[in-house]
Design a protein around this ligand. Structure first.
Ligand SMILES: NC(=O)c1ccc[n+]([C@@H]2O[C@H](COP(=O)([O-])OP(=O)(O)OC[C@H]3O[C@@H](n4cnc5c(N)ncnc54)[C@H](O)[C@@H]3O)[C@@H](O)[C@H]2O)c1
Ligand SMILES: [Zn+2]
Ligand SMILES: [Zn+2]
Length: 395
């Protein structure tokens, strides 16, 4: 079969690889009909390189039809399914608590990480991913989300990652109707964070440097701001000078430089209060700019408010302004989305004819699998109005 493989930093290529086969009784093989490229795939593209091996099959947002069902998979040939990006058992201590990303049965103990993820590096189990014609799905008795035949793929596809991630991002803030919420970043995750929060009756503000992404969110009733110090100030003013009740950071470690005033303020603070040498090495080495969106979030949230991190941050030595976090009494919640925990609440919304989350206005590029390498580049560089790419392996 054909599959998108990692070959080196910024180098994806479509290769012919062996077809996957059933290895355990609860496995299933699906023929992939749609499979999306995620902002998280861009981390593999660059910063996660050390955990990748040339030839690794990438991709973790697939859906399709079952073509082979293991005897204990509970599936039948022909079933139409969406595959969550994580592999969980559904019946352990953590799965019982809605923490499928921490599944005790499947945890990647060799690297000390949580549940394995499709197509997401040796850190997460080196499981062949879903940007391919076929995919082996382990623990298929639990993960796959069965969907009907009536609606097109794009209505269901984002149950694999984007929608539950955005849903959890909002849920973890604890905010509700009437509260104010700011979302940093309007990539695929931020788009749905903003729409879900608005759908739940919150006052939503968004900050994003790319015009096309702001325009898309504005079409869904979101108040959008370009990335600047003014954005932080304007949103604070709109919230009685206190700041918003909640912030969802949907940017992560590939943030752009960000609001310079905010960065300077924290840089000054950390230099002032950290021992001199530590202060210097923090600013020189630990890359505060990588944390630009997080710093803006800390600035933007009101005292006693909550920051929910959907964006992924790496590095063990990221400098955080603990003094400010403590003094403002800020709650921080984060983590990979526990997909199956939220599906029941989201499914009726994507099946609703009225399309309340606007799933019909999301995908900007639909391409054959062969075009994946170029699509990664276009998505990463945010060219050609690219917001979400869906690959069609069977076309
Ligand atoms: N928690 C999870 O389970 C989960 C799942 C999927 C993705 N993610 C993570 O969510 C993040 C976003 O993913 P995405 O697919 O939307 O990717 P993306 O890279 O397309 O989106 C990031 C957006 O942030 C904007 N941005 C950059 N710097 C900014 C700044 N300083 N302030 C405001 N906006 C800024 C970019 O222009 C871009 O539009 C990534 O870190 C990804 O790894 C997490
Ligand atoms: Zn994803
Ligand atoms: Zn489990």
């Amino acid at each position: 079969m054909k599959a998108v493989t990692w070959q080196g930093p910024r180098k994806m290529s479509v290769e012919t690889v062996p077809d996957p086969t059933i290895q355990k009784p609860d496995d299933a093989i699906i023929e992939v009909t749609s499979t999306a490229i995620c902002g998280s795939d861009l981390h593999l593209y660059e910063v996660m390189g050390p955990f990748m091996e040339p030839g690794d099959i990438v991709g973790h947002e697939p859906m399709g039809r079952v073509v082979e069902a293991g005897p204990n998979s509970g599936l039948s040939v022909g079933d139409r399914v969406v595959i969550p990006f994580q592999i969980a058992c559904g019946s352990c201590f953590f799965c019982d608590r809605g923490l499928q990303t921490q599944c005790e049965t499947t945890q990647v103990t060799e690297t000390g990480m949580g549940a394995p993820l499709f197509g997401y590096s040796a850190l997460y189990g080196q499981i062949p991913g879903g940007q391919a014609e076929y995919l082996r799905v382990p623990h298929a008795d639990y993960g796959p989300i069965a969907v009907g035949d009536e609606l097109e793929d794009h209505r269901y596809l984002f149950l694999s990652d984007v929608l539950p991630t955005a849903w959890q991002g909002v849920a973890y803030t604890g905010a509700s109707a009437g509260d104010s919420l700011a979302v940093m970043g309007l990539g695929p995750i931020g788009q749905f964070v903003a729409r879900i929060a608005a759908h739940q009756g919150m006052q939503v503000y968004a900050v994003e440097p790319e015009k096309e992404r702001r325009d898309m969110a504005a079409r869904h009733g979101v108040e959008v701001h370009d990335l600047s110090d003014d954005a932080v100030e304007t949103i604070r003013e709109a919230t009685h000078g206190r700041g918003v009740d909640a912030v969802v950071d949907a940017v992560g470690m590939e943030a752009h430089g960000g609001a310079q005033g905010v960065m300077a303020k924290f840089a000054q603070l950390s230099a002032q209060y950290a021992p001199e040498k530590l202060g210097q090495s923090m600013m020189q080495n630990a890359g505060m700019d990588r944390l630009a969106a997080l710093y803006s979030s800390i600035e933007l949230v009101r005292r006693g408010g909550t920051i929910s991190l959907s964006g992924v941050y790496g590095g063990q030595a990221s400098p955080l302004p603990l003094l400010t976090l403590f003094d403002k009494q800020i709650t921080v919640r984060q983590g990979q989305a526990n997909v199956k925990r939220w599906v029941e609440q989201i499914l009726p919304l994507v099946e609703d004819d009225a399309d309340p989350l606007g799933v019909d206005d999301f995908v900007t590029h639909t391409l054959p699998l062969e075009d994946a390498p170029g699509a990664y580049e276009t998505f990463q560089k945010k060219e050609d109005g690219c917001i979400k790419v869906v690959l069609k392996p069977q076309s």
